[in-house]
Design a protein around this ligand. Structure first.
Ligand SMILES: Cc1cc2nc3c(=O)[nH]c(=O)nc-3n(C[C@H](O)[C@H](O)[C@H](O)COP(=O)(O)OP(=O)(O)OC[C@H]3O[C@@H](n4cnc5c(N)ncnc54)[C@H](O)[C@@H]3O)c2cc1C
Length: 430
């Protein structure tokens, strides 16, 4: 540890287990291991030096941002085996470049801080998600975070113009110029995007901004079935002003109201609830039970938090062709290990992205549920990892979404950039 203390300063190498434990436990509390130490570099050069020291001594490194990931990707997996490289001190926020509508940002900046910075300059950052106060730019790029406005404004990948990242040997890839066109070879920034800390450590990024939104209508609608919700999403999409389309099932509505003390927002209870965010008021049938109110976001934003207060949730984040979602959900509710249980599903419906949550699931049942649900997803032509990543949770099931040629190519890239397998071992690849 002396080598890294000399690089970042002794006060930025944390070894007291009472302090480091939280860095070794993920947001859901489903995964936990004691880090060897938590190392907090101040900048890119210190990050490079720490990586060189870890390579020299053969110490595995787990990059970490806000630790809000939900697939066990940002924490070590065996006690006292790896250091956590916490990137939260990289807090640089550049001046917004109005001509190119971009900004350069340090990896440790939280989403909320980036959003406020963009807003102060009259712009907006397109990606938004409920963990905005803690999730960092580095973590969001590493997971290619999606969130609430993908249907209108795209995912993180679409906002990344370039990144700065450090490889395990300490070399620095830097592409932070605001160039609209740049076809000189492979796009390494996009290779790092979604690589879950397995190829390099992201230290900064050049991100696109969008025009600040004008008036947005948030319409919360109670419906009898998912088919009706999908049909309303298709209508809103056709009008071209849809920025969010979120779904909550009755179980989730019940829990969020109970745990967060929220009032019944509609005249009656329904089987599904759809939240639409649009620039114009959506056209709805006359007899529909709906309310237009921006505060309805709270019912959706607090779903993950509400279910996590009831216990350690078993979570799956999957993507399906949107027209198959109703049929998929019918089958989901009748799988051998879901039957008779409350299956909490909330969704970025516009993207076909479902978050499936169950409670009181032991290790064996979790494995069976992974197999049953993810095989079903594959049968419907979906993806087993929509926006949270593969992490450690789904490495075993990657073959359901990716061909053996694709997995072999990913492994070859990993072996080239990180031959000793020191960066985030056990994550993403089987
Ligand atoms: C309440 C709640 C709501 C959420 N909603 C959404 C949602 O709507 N959409 C969505 O996509 N996600 C969502 N998430 C998941 C999570 O917020 C995202 O995955 C986010 O991108 C993680 O950012 P982080 O900084 O917390 O990363 P961490 O959790 O710290 O790390 C996540 C992964 O990125 C790697 N990593 C972190 N920083 C770096 C870096 N600088 N360089 C290289 N690798 C790095 C880690 O090793 C790990 O593999 C939600 C989480 C919570 C708790």
């Amino acid at each position: 540890m002396t080598a890294v203390q000399d690089i970042v300063g002794a006060e930025h190498v944390l070894t007291d287990p009472d302090i480091t434990q939280s860095f070794g436990t993920d947001w859901t509390r489903a995964w936990s291991a004691q880090p060897l130490a938590v190392v907090r570099p101040a900048d890119t050069d210190q990050t490079a030096q720490v990586l060189m020291a870890c390579k020299k001594f053969g110490v595995p490194v787990v990059p970490q941002g806000g630790n809000t990931g939900l697939v066990g990707g940002g924490i070590p997996h065996r006690d006292n085996e790896a250091i956590v490289l916490s990137m939260t001190r990289l807090q640089h926020l550049g001046t917004v470049d109005r001509a190119t509508q971009t900004v350069d940002v340090g990896a440790g900046v939280s989403l909320a801080r980036l959003q406020a910075h963009a807003s102060a300059a009259g712009f907006a950052y397109a990606v938004d998600l409920a963990a905005r106060d803690s999730a960092t730019v580095g973590g969001m790029i590493a997971t290619n975070a999606g969130g609430l406005r993908v249907v209108g404004l795209g995912d993180t990948r679409q906002q990344v113009m370039g990144i700065e990242a450090v490889l395990v040997d300490g070399s620095i890839l830097r592409r932070l110029e605001p160039l609209a066109k740049d076809n000189g070879g492979y796009n390494l920034s996009q290779l790092m995007t979604g690589s879950e800390g397995t190829l390099g450590v992201i230290t900064a990024a050049r991100l696109r901004l969008v025009r600040a939104p004008g008036t947005q209508y948030v319409t919360f609608i109670g419906l009898a079935d998912v088919e009706s919700a999908v049909s309303l999403v298709a209508d809103a999409r056709a009008r071209g002003d849809l920025t969010a389309a979120e779904l909550i099932r009755s179980e989730g509505m019940k829990v969020v109201r109970q745990v967060c003390g929220l009032a019944q927002p509609l005249k009656a209870e329904h089987r599904v609830y759809l939240l639409l965010e649009t620039a114009e008021l959506p056209e709805l049938p006359d007899d529909v039970d709906a309310v237009v109110d921006p505060r309805m976001w709270e019912y959706r934003d607090r779903q993950a938090e509400a279910v996590a207060t009831l216990g350690i949730p078993f979570k799956l984040d999957v993507c399906l062709p949107i027209n198959s979602i109703a049929a998929f959900l019918t089958e989901l509710d009748t799988l051998p290990d879901t039957q008779g249980r409350e299956v909490h599903v909330y969704a970025h419906l516009g993207d076909g992205n479902l978050h499936i949550n169950l409670l009181d699931i032991d290790v064996e049942m979790a494995d069976r549920l992974d197999e049953q649900v993810l095989t079903l997803v594959a049968r419907y032509g979906g993806s087993i990892a929509a926006e949270h990543g593969v992490g450690v949770h789904k490495t075993k099931w990657l073959h359901l979404s990716r061909s053996s040629a694709e997995i072999a190519t990913m492994q070859a890239i990993k072996d080239t950039l990180d031959p000793a397998g020191l960066l985030n071992p056990g994550v993403l690849l089987p």
